[in-house]
Design a protein around this ligand. Structure first.
Ligand code: UGA
Length: 376
C-alpha cells in the first residue's frame, strides 16, 4: 500500500513538522504516549509536537489527537497551540481516537466498527466528516472530552471482559463446567456479544495493560478510585500465576526440567512481545530453575531482545525435543496445525499445558497427552 500510494504521489514523507502543517488542512498527531513508572501516560511528545505545530501555523488547520490521551488533553493541546502560535491564528483541536488492532490494522482502519469525532466547531466537524466519508462507517460526532474518554473506556471495558471470563474459567475448572460453552451461551445475548470472551493467559500487548493503568491513574487524579479496574489488573496478573501453578502441579519439581514454550508474541499474527504473558511465563520458569526452550513463528527476534537465559530453538519441533512439558502461550495456527503424533514422540513426557484453549481436551487425551487447558 505504501509503495503503491507513493508511486501515485498520494503519499509523501517529510522530516519536519513544518512541511506537514503547510501541506495539510488536517494534521494528525500520532505520537506515542508510553507509560511513566506511575502508570500515567507520558504526554511530553504531544506537548513538543503541539508547540512545533503552533510555530508553523499560518492558515486554518484542524489538529487531530489520534494518540491515546487522557480526557482533557484536548484542552491542554489547545492552550499550548494558542500560547505558541502567532496571535490571530485560527485552528481547531479534534479528538479522533484509533481503534485498530495489531495484525489486522489495515482491515480495521478501512472497515471500522465506528469512527469517533470529538469537535467543538462546525467547521472542524464538517472537515472530519468529509475526510472519513469514503469509508461509509458509523460515525459519532461528540464533544472532545467524551471522544477522549471513549478510547480509554473501550479498551478498559474489553480488558474487563477478558478478566471476567477468566474468573468464570476458574469457576469452570473447580465445578467441572466448560468455559467455551459458557462463553458461547453468554455471547449469543446481543447485549453481551461474543467477542473478547476467550479465556486464557490474560491480556497483554502495548495497549490494554497500558490503557487500563492509565485509566486508573486518570481517575485517581480526578479523585475517583476506579477499583473495578484495579481488580481487572489483579485478575489479569493472577491468570498467569494460575498457569504456572498448573505446570508445577504436573511436573512436581520444576527445577531442572525441560519446558518447551510455544508462542512468545502477545497474540498471534504479530511479532510484538510487549507485555506478552508468554515472556513473563518464560522468565518465571527460568527463574524457577527450568530449562526453557522457546519458539514463536514471528516473535523470536523481539523476544531475544528482552529475554535471557532461555534457549531459542530453530523450529517448534526442536523446542519440544526431550521436553518434560509443553506450555502453549500464543494461539498461532502453526501450533493448531502441528503434527501432534510427532510432538508426542519427541517429548520426554507428553504433558501439555495449554494457556489458550487451542486444542480439544478429548482429542488430546485420546492422543495420549496429559493435557490441561483453561476453564475446561
Ligand atoms: C487493542 C484493541 O482491541 C484495539 O481496538 C485498540 O485500538 C488497540 O488495543 C489500541 O489501543 O491501540 P491490540 O492490543 O492490537 O488491540 O490487541 P487485541 O486483539 O485487542 O488483544 C489484546 C490482548 O487481549 C491480547 O493479549 C489477546 O491475547 C488478549 N485477548 C483478546 C484475550 O485474552 N481474550 C480475548 O477474548 C481477546
Amino acid at each position: 500500500m505504501v509503495a503503491k500510494n507513493r508511486k501515485s504521489k498520494r503519499l509523501k514523507f517529510g522530516s519536519t513538522i513544518q512541511q506537514a502543517v503547510e501541506f495539510g488542512e488536517v494534521v494528525f498527531i500520532c505520537v506515542g504516549t508510553p507509560p511513566l513508572p506511575s502508570g500515567a501516560p507520558d504526554l511530553s511528545a504531544i506537548d513538543v509536537v503541539s508547540r512545533e505545530i503552533a510555530k508553523h501555523l499560518k492558515e486554518y488547520r484542524v489538529i487531530v489527537e489520534k494518540s491515546t490521551v487522557p480526557v482533557q488533553t484536548g484542552e491542554k493541546v489547545k492552550t499550548a497551540i494558542q500560547k505558541y502560535a502567532k496571535p490571530g491564528t485560527t485552528f481547531d483541536v479534534v479528538s479522533n481516537p484509533e481503534f485498530l488492532r495489531e495484525g489486522s490494522a489495515v482491515k480495521d482502519a478501512f472497515s471500522p466498527d465506528r469512527i469517533v469525532i470529538g469537535a467543538e466547531s462546525d467547521r472542524a466537524k464538517e472537515l472530519m466528516l468529509q475526510l472519513y466519508k469514503p469509508l461509509k462507517a458509523k460515525t459519532i460526532v461528540t464533544d472532545i472530552k467524551s471522544a477522549e474518554l471513549i478510547k480509554h473506556a473501550s479498551n478498559s471495558f474489553l480488558a474487563l471482559k477478558i478478566s471476567f471470563i477468566n474468573c468464570v474459567a476458574n469457576i469452570c475448572e473447580i465445578s467441572g463446567a466448560n468455559v467455551i460453552e459458557v462463553a458461547r451461551g453468554m455471547g449469543l445475548d446481543s447485549r453481551i456479544g461474543p467477542g473478547f470472551l476467550n479465556a486464557g493467559l490474560g491480556y497483554g500487548g502495548s495497549c490494554f495493560p497500558k490503557d487500563v493503568d492509565a485509566f486508573v491513574d486518570i481517575a485517581a487524579r480526578m479523585g475517583y478510585d476506579f477499583h473495578l479496574l484495579r481488580e481487572v489488573q489483579r485478575i489479569n496478573q493472577e491468570q498467569r500465576e494460575r498457569f504456572l501453578k498448573k505446570i508445577e502441579q504436573e511436573l512436581w519439581v520444576v527445577r531442572g526440567k525441560k519446558i518447551a514454550v510455544w508462542g512468545l508474541a502477545f497474540k498471534p499474527n504479530t511479532d510484538d512481545v510487549r507485555e506478552s504473558p508468554a515472556i513473563k511465563i518464560c522468565a518465571a520458569l527460568r527463574d524457577a530453575g527450568a530449562k526453557v526452550r522457546a519458539w514463536d513463528p514471528k516473535g523470536m527476534d523481539r523476544a531475544k531482545e528482552v529475554l535471557t537465559g532461555v534457549e531459542f530453538c530453530a523450529d517448534m519441533y526442536s523446542a519440544v525435543d526431550g521436553a518434560d512439558c509443553l506450555a502453549l502461550c500464543t494461539e498461532w495456527d502453526d501450533f493448531k496445525n502441528a503434527d501432534l503424533a510427532e510432538v508426542k514422540k519427541l517429548m520426554a513426557h507428553p504433558t501439555v499445558i495449554d494457556g489458550r484453549n487451542l486444542w480439544d481436551p478429548a482429542t488430546m487425551t485420546k492422543k495420549g497427552f496429559t493435557y490441561r487447558s483453561v476453564g475446561r
